[in-house]
Ligand binder design. Sequence first.
Ligand code: MN
Length: 246
Amino acid sequence: MSDQTSPGRSLFIADLHLTEERPPATGRFFHFLEHVARGADALYILGDLFEYWVGDDDLNNAVGQDTAHKLQALANSGTAVYFMHGNRDFLVAQRYAAQCGMTLVADPMIVDLYGTPTLLTHGDALCTDDTQYQQFRKLVRNPIIQRMLLWLPLRMRHALAGSARAGSEQAKAGKPYAIMDVNQKAVTQIFAERGVRRMIHGHTHRPAKHELTVSGKKLERWVLPDWYDEGGYLVCTEEGCTLGSL
Ligand code: MN
């Protein structure tokens, strides 16, 4: 909601990795919702809000329930809340989205930000050098596989999530830094395919503004920070975007 005294602004966050094991990050997030996000036109959560998500039926997940209340309060105050899946919370579904008052959106999606069409994506699909990870992604993004996962008892899903997290840490530790970044070809290809000049994503935990020129066109790619130690966000207005810290 904007008026003449407060120009419109939209906020973007990703990679909060909320879990009961890291209460400070949850505290920072709730502070952000109450003091930074209030009054914004929209808040876009671009994946990995949670460290892991075993299903909307896991009502004992206190962080998930507290987060739902806080997001619902923001939505009720007039800020539209959008959620895109990350590689950790791909099982977030309609039931939880309704509890939060947020809208699930596809990855990638294009939004018109005050006149600038902008591509939003979690970012993991751009990391094409990591073939091992891309195979895993294909598997867990398959709706049939997801349906099968959700049929399992919660206890078993928690055990699976635990070993997936451990496996992910181990795999990352053994991989060169460059492999886990976005692939430049994948970046220029998606810019060309979608015909946009601005892209916003997370996943790599390497916050930055990258400017590139392809076929004479000036393009910008914004990378969102993670929330492990500090946390931050991107704010976009009619004037452009800026990274903000907490
Ligand atoms: Mn991710």
